[in-house]
Write a protein that binds this ligand. Sequence first.
Ligand SMILES: NC(=O)c1ccc[n+]([C@@H]2O[C@H](COP(=O)([O-])OP(=O)(O)OC[C@H]3O[C@@H](n4cnc5c(N)ncnc54)[C@H](O)[C@@H]3O)[C@@H](O)[C@H]2O)c1
Length: 371
Amino acid sequence: MESLVMRNLFGGIYNNKKVLVTGHTGFKGSWLSYWLTQMGADVVGYSLEAPTHPNHIGLLNLPITNVIGDIRDQNKLDETFAVHQPDIVFHLAAQPLVRLSYDEPVETFETNVIGTLKVFEACRKTSSVKAIVNITSDKCYDNKEWVWGYRENDPMGGYDPYSASKGCAELVANSYRNSYFNLKEYKKSHTVLLASCRAGNVIGGGDWAQDRLMTDIMLAVSQGRKVSIRNPKATRPWQHVLEPLSGYLMIGQKLLEERTEFADGWNFGPSDEGSVTVEEVVLNIKKHWDTIDYEINRDPNQLHEANLLKLDCSKAHILLKWKDVWDTAETFEKTVLWYKNFYNTQSVDTTADLNQYVSDAQKKNLEWTRL
Ligand SMILES: NC(=O)c1ccc[n+]([C@@H]2O[C@H](COP(=O)([O-])OP(=O)(O)OC[C@H]3O[C@@H](n4cnc5c(N)ncnc54)[C@H](O)[C@@H]3O)[C@@H](O)[C@H]2O)c1
């Protein structure tokens, strides 16, 4: 895709902006960093080393500043912010795995809650920062396992340590929005707008994190193994990683444009048909890689994992005019083909996927694609 088209997305706001991304070595952070570089942003990534091998960020080899650091290390964060003077911060670094959080609750809370607090502190000390887009999860809500979607003003909660840590991270964000980045004080005692974004399970090429369904299936099929399914009837919202990223980038745009009404919580999830069971996912993706095979292994001592979790995204649809671009079938197809190409030919289809996504969004005349 022509670089001019990319540079003009989101009102052209990211062209030549200094953007700090925490968690850039991870799945979502690598896609976000790639997209930002395509739009002309000067990206500084701050994270631990890539959590998996292989990893998407290594395969992309992006022209960005790569800082390896821990978000629990306040001095290193402060120094990085002072040196690079970012205009906007996308905070994605986290311990994001539910099952690991049962084994490592202290590290999970320290990273996801105290780490978030320290990132906000670094922002507070750095006058160049005008906008913070904080990334949590749909799991931040008090999950009642009911059929209705959660709204942005529903109570925070979380059963397992990961979900609770994301609920806590939202409370930290709310406290900072009240105490330091208060809208009534905007342009008086501070110049920072802070928003928090909650999305559900995302899929797409380049994710090798443990205990994620799509990753487990892709790894198993590439090795000629059957994949073992723990929870076949669990319903999850499935979205391509580019969908919430377009939402985060829209929010970032609005904050940089000083639109104070967007400094708030936002849900980004698929429409209803995007919520399908784990077993349906497997059957669906077999269409694109027919050697995929699975067995159901219900573990009687299974750790508690949410069965039903849906987001109500009316606020993003109506006020932000955000919409998803790909339906479930396209999402599964793009994801499976990314891995199939990677394992068969060692090629990385990220560029083709992003170009197709932007082109499909243009056809739908979505706001962020308009000149
Ligand atoms: N992938 C999903 O389906 C999903 C769903 C909902 C929310 N999220 C949220 O999106 C964000 C990104 O998730 P992901 O899937 O890309 O995860 P990931 O595991 O692929 O990446 C996590 C990133 O955080 C970094 N990190 C972890 N601990 C750190 C620390 N102490 N200091 C500095 N960096 C650290 C890792 O190095 C990596 O760059 C997370 O906040 C996650 O909770 C992800």
